[in-house]
Design a binder for this molecule. Sequence first.
Ligand SMILES: [Ca+2]
Ligand SMILES: [Ca+2]
Ligand SMILES: [Ca+2]
Ligand SMILES: [Ca+2]
Length: 240
Amino acid sequence: MRKSVWFLMVAVGLFSCQNQESNEPVAVFSENEIVLNGIADEPVWETAQWNAISEVWLGEVPNSLDFAGKYKIAWRPDALYLLVEITDDSLVDVYADKFTQWWDDDCVEVFVDANASGGNHQYNHNAFAYHIGLDYQTVDFGPDSVPHLYPHVEAIRTANENTYTWEIKVPIFNDKFEDGNAENLPEVLEANRIIGFAIAYCDNDTSELRENFIGSVKVEGTDKNRGWIDAEIFGKLRLK
Ligand SMILES: [Ca+2]
Ligand SMILES: [Ca+2]
Ligand SMILES: [Ca+2]
Ligand SMILES: [Ca+2]
């Protein structure tokens, strides 16, 4: 085997290893408090790596003006912190009522499974699918099969023309969480913990129903809109 061919094979091998790693995002520890202001003004956002939001779960592959998205993750003992950069040509809030077809308005959707158990979470708190609307109200179904607000998820975004930077705080609650109970406490996070995680964007521009739903993880099979029911499709996030 010629040396140059051998070198090429090693290089391709290294490249695909790196790609595999980027499919399983890593959350970087932040020693500093993270101030939610939609600005990457904390040192941790310089060290955390971008991860893609590019897997089509519903609709067609959007062009980069219609939608583009990427995110970084940091953690502190009290929560995960996300920096999400979304390009979207039109922000729409079709359904003013927060509990009417919230998934058909533009929203960032964050999926977390505290113990990475996977499994069904449609009407239980084995995992959460937080739909964070443009008004920052966060909605998911509860065990009573009706939607609830989850104000423990906090978000703020800034705009630079059609590119929006969201900074989001997601405390991690386990399956003992009770809707309406003020005593729920988030888990205290520690290094090397694994959390089931995915993020997606529901993009609507001019339609009655959302036009695209783009996620961070590849979902096998024809029905890719399974994250709101099945935590099995989430990725595995490691706290570094
Ligand atoms: Ca900030
Ligand atoms: Ca769009
Ligand atoms: Ca779980
Ligand atoms: Ca949109």
